[in-house]
Design a binder for this molecule. Sequence first.
Ligand code: GLN
Length: 478
Amino acid sequence: MDILNKTVEEVASIARSGEVSVKEIAEQTINAIKQKDSKIKAFVHIDFDAVIKRSEELDAKKDKSGVLFGVPVAIKDNMNMKDTETTAGSKILSGYISPYDATVVEKLKNAGALIVGKTNMDEFAMGSSTENSAFFNTHNPVKPEYVPGGSSGGSAAAVKANEAIASLGSDTGGSIREPAAFCGVTGLKPTYGRVSRYGLIAFASSLDQIGPFGKTVKDTAIMLNAIAGFDPRDETSVQTEKEDFTELLGKDIKGKKIGVIKEVRDFELQEEVKNSFNDTVKALQNAGAIIEEVSIPHLKYALPVYYIIAPAEASANLARFDGVRYGLKVEGKDLRETYEKTRTEGFGTEVKRRILIGTFTLSAGYYDAYYLKASKVRRLISNDFEKAFSKVDALILPTTSTTAFKLGSITNPLQMYMNDIFTIPISLAGLPAISIPSGKDKKGLPIGMQLVGKWLAEKELLQIAYAVEQELGGKNGI
Ligand code: GLN
């Protein structure tokens, strides 16, 4: 039985019944990776022996009730997993072995998941194409000469290429949703604070959020069930009751109000993306939803605000990589020179650019003009969303304005930043959002649509996304 084209729910139930052993699932997964990954390059660190050993442990378990029992899951390489190399796509961390599990890894293990390996990413999650990885490029499984998106490009590609059933990524300004759209899989960024960041290598702490990729909306809902929840080790973790995120899937969405953002029209969209957006709006209407126009007047400031806030926080977070505590060390004649040499050699161009910008905007005399001002505008953007959500239950907009681009074709950083114009505003507001496949362009490249929910309203967001997915043809429709 071919396990890898199945959903999370199917694999877990097959493994639980013993119809196929977890060891056989592990072997199939390893074979698929051996066969495909020399071309796709989704994985950076993988230990086949450890995967087999873990599968044997799972087979020996009496309690097989975990929601992810026996399910092969890949994780982005910025999440710590005990005794594995964790590099966040950076040379500065090469050789660094995690001494502990991130909360999400612990939760995956408790849910019975078979963690298969660490996936490639843009260095410290800075990028939109995975081309900023210090190690190698990842290829889009749909068309290998195209990028998979980023920064969680490896995690999206692994699911699309059937090298894992589901995966985890992190999203600071779009890094789950954009690669999901480019690869044609489903990607969910939960509400900020919904999933613990403990053990996630920080990029911009007020924005970073871990979330799942899957083949279907339901797969991401089950994954969220496994990883969500309050964690006292993360100070921004939200105290919530335990919820079942699959509970509303399949319930009809008649009468739900869905907002279309007026200001999105000010941006140029690839023709096929525009058409796919219109089709998705029709799908929502067919499912009984009511479409209303809403306004996010400060939308156009989101990108500049993000590129003040994210680099500022990054410059502080990345100060710890100095050659003394983790990974790479390049010896100098004294401590200062060791710092300089290590950081010069260890960080890539984009990371250095952000450290420079961030250090500048946080420096005495400039803090008020930049970081403080950007934080105020961030609040205005949040307020816009709050106002919109007093009228509607969810928002719909394209995940990206174009489909995937060719590897090496974008060299201007500002042009690269533009990939996230529709995902960044939502990150600034801390809201949950999901990207689902909605069609293909003329070249056959996937298009993704983004649905945005109210703060902590993932259950309802997933209900709406599920309804759209069914209208558009489900897993096999696109
Ligand atoms: N592409 C954006 C950036 O480079 C977002 C990255 C992310 O969400 N981690 O910062």
